[in-house]
Structure formats: C-alpha cells, structure tokens
Design a protein around this ligand. Sequence first.
Ligand SMILES: [Zn+2]
Ligand SMILES: [Zn+2]
Length: 381
Amino acid sequence: MKAVAVFPEEHALRLVEHREPAILAPGDVVVRVLDVGFCGIDREIASFRTGSSPADSPYLILGHEALGEVVEVGSAVRRIRPGDLVVPTVRRPCRHETCRACRMGRPDFCLSGEYTQRGIKGAHGFLAERFSDDARWLQPVPRELRDVGVLTQPLALAETAIAELEQVQKRLPWAALGETGGSGKRAVVLGAGPVALLGAMALVVRGYKVAIYSHGGRSGRSGHGDGGRSGQAGKAEFAESLGAQFVRAEDEKLDSLVDRTGRIDVMLEATGATPEALAAMEHLGRNGVYLMTGIPGRRGAFTLDAGHLLHGMVQRNQVIIGPAHPSAEAYRAAIQDLALFSRRWPGALARLISSRMTIDEAPEAFRKPAAGLKQVVAVAD
Ligand SMILES: [Zn+2]
Ligand SMILES: [Zn+2]
C-alpha cells in the first residue's frame, strides 16, 4: 500500500510502498485511512529538523492527525466494530517496568521520556492507505463528524489545556460555591491558526468572553505564517461568527485591550510559543492562568526578561501550564465538542479546513509553505 515517508538519513521525502498492516494480536484493529491533517510539526519533520523513524525502518511514515474507518478487528475487540469511524491518539507507552504512567496506559504522563509518538518519534504515522493499532488507542467518532473529525487531534491539544485550567481554577476560594463571578471568564487566545481557533470555540462554549489576538497582515490582506488566502480578514469574520473578538496586534497593544475589556483571566497561547506570545504573560490579570500549547525554542533560542515576568507572576498569583500531551480523555472531549460546535455554528468547522489533496500530492505539499488553515490529505472517500 501507499504511504508518505520521510528518510531522515538521506534527507528525502516521498511516497513508499509499505507492507499491509494486519491483526497480530487479539486487541488489534485495522483502519482504512480517510483524512490526515498536517501541521507545523509535520513540516519540521519533512525538513529533517525533528522526528525519528522506528528502530527497524530507514523511514518514518508521516501523519499524526488522522480520521479513519475500521475494516477489521481482532477477536478480543468489543468497543469498536468494522465500519466505525475512529481517531487514533498519538503517543504510545515506553517499555520501562518502572514507568508507572505507561504501565497504567497513560503515556501522556510518561516518566522515562522514552515513549513513542506515531508519525513523530520512533513509530510510523497514519499517512498511509491503512494502519493497525491496539483498539485502546482508538477513539470512536460519530458518523456526522465524517468531514471534520480530522480536527480532533488539534482540538485535543486545546482540550488538554482547558481541562488543566479547570483543575487549577478549583483552587479559587469561591470555586466550591459554584460561583464564576470572581474566577473570571475573560480569555485571550494568542495566535489564529487551527489550534487557536478551535481553542477559542472551546472557550466560548464554556462561557468565556474570548478575544483572539494575532500578528499578521493588515486589514483585508493575507497574513503570513498562519495566514493564507482567506488571511486575517477571513479570520476576523470567523472570530465574529463565534461571538469572539478579533484583535490585530498591529492595531492594538495588549495593555490597551486590557484597559478596554478588563482583566484577562486566561491566556491560551497557540502560536508555537513565539517570544511575543510568551512576553504577553505580562498582561495576564490577577489569579490568571497562562496555557501553552506550543513548545518554546523549537525554532531557535530567544531572550525574555524572565526575572520581570516571573516576579509579576508570583505577585499576581498566576499559574503557567505547559503543553501537556493529550490524554484519551482529551480526545473524547474534543470529539464531543466537535459535535457541539457543529450544532452551534453550522459550517464553521469545515471552514477551518483550507484544502484537501490526494496522497500523491502530499509529498510536494509538505515542502511548500503552509497555505491557509488546516491542510488535509484526503487518502480515501
Ligand atoms: Zn499536528
Ligand atoms: Zn513511560
């Protein structure tokens, strides 16, 4: 079968003929791949800056954001049946007997750091015609989400951050009283890519007043980075359709936004942790929580006045939550929220998918700069 693979040693990226997956254990499932989304991590792997192939393979099959249809299940599989739509999670456990997290089936909290990640680190991804996996790593998706289920993984990143936010906000003295007044429901989302916009939707449905704050081109012109054809103007319109505000960093500084709208209780960073987004922490309000989904320094070193930022954080009783890896629970929350978003904003999720291409076109697309929001490889109908 066809797959898109990167050869880290030879610095090559191409279609390969890969062996057909099979049921090798009673808990296994074979999945026919429908859609695979790609993101900044895939581009970094495609340009050989990160990623590693399985120990027994000269190449790594790409793709960690997938939606597929079950074609065959092992004799012990009960929860999933042929014909079901599923989304696979990404991380798989390490082998260490002493890793309590992995032994409990929770590689999202792996203690050894020697976990694998499908399509990223030491395990093949899903950008192939079919793949197999243990059923416990597959989350069922309702049929009505066929066209947008590929957004589950990027939304799961935001869901993980928001679930941790909810945990942390239980510390507030009025939380036990069931009051939200003092805990604050004003959020700023930094960035305007797919994770940012999905995260904004997840915050809006939880009752937050959301402003999306993003660098980019001038009004009506294409933005760079996560811009694309629809550009910032399209994103502003999208934000407004959600009932969120869209603020261009070029038009308004964050301190003026705070003056205008009031204390910021939550910041959701979805820029890939750019220095500007981290410096924005300074404008977070008292008892506020800063949620990161990106990993700082991925694109090189930068300098921030950590003394100043941390001093403010301690004085204002703030919390920074790092980019935790999504648990199975976060994927389930994402699937539920996709259904909710589809009902609340019909057609909105489909607008986040900027283009669909065939598997044959995928290797070329990985080499080009990002175009629009989420690019998807339509592997099968
Ligand atoms: Zn991704
Ligand atoms: Zn582990």
